[in-house]
Design a protein around this ligand. Structure first.
Ligand code: GRF
Length: 192
């Protein structure tokens, strides 16, 4: 059965675009039903609208607390009848109460080889540590940040002279296909 996927973004949305493009393929076990941003100016919203996809903005600055913000997101996800939630550059921490409603059905892509470097500035931290490889991880979302079960990882070398920007560019080049592969995998294997 085709899973109904909501994708949450905060910015340019290149991972979201890769997921949407992949879902156009005949036989892909998922379809996009909502692109939701917490910022009205998130670049990815323009692409989603041009694709004719349903979009929503839940602007975190308009809520008094995180619980109310998360409740508004949950309402949008239910209204879209989403089965699965993909976080794709969504830069807000979600409350445990919300996360627990989506256990086993919410995924994130993180630009490091978890468990190394949860949180921000992953590429600079990899360079500062003298790592010879970096990469990205798709994982289940649990209340603790970037700590859920790993679904898949992809690796790139860290090259001499790399800056956080050059490394980020190399990593984003492998993020898209990893997220697509992992989404396909969870859709066909997950009975959760
Ligand atoms: C990606 O590097 C992703 O791993 C991280 O945020 C970035 C989002 O990029 N969580 P984009 O908006 O998908 O282009």
């Amino acid at each position: 059965m085709t899973k109904r996927v909501a994708i949450l973004i905060s910015g340019r949305g290149s991972n979201m675009m890769a997921l949407v493009e992949a879902m156009k393929a005949e036989g892909f076990p998922a379809q996009p039903v909502l692109i939701l941003a917490n910022r009205p100016d998130a670049g990815g919203l323009e692409y989603a609208k041009a694709e004719g996809l349903p979009t929503a903005v839940v602007d975190h600055t308009r809520f008094d607390n995180r619980e109310a913000f998360d409740a508004a997101i949950h309402a949008e996800l239910k209204a879209a009848n989403a089965d699965i939630v993909c976080l794709a550059g969504f830069m807000r921490l979600l409350t445990p109460g919300f996360v627990n409603k989506w256990t086993g059905r919410m995924f994130n892509i993180h630009p490091s080889l978890l468990p190394k470097y949860p949180g921000l500035h992953t590429h600079q931290r990899a360079i500062d540590a003298g790592d010879t490889e970096a990469g990205c991880t798709v994982h289940y979302v649990v209340p603790e940040m970037d700590a859920g079960e790993i679904i898949g990882q992809a690796r790139v070398p860290v090259l001499p002279g790399d800056t956080a920007d050059t490394l980020a560019e190399r990593v984003i080049g492998i993020e898209h296909s990893l997220y697509v592969d992992c989404l396909r995998k969870v859709c066909v294997t997950s009975a959760r």
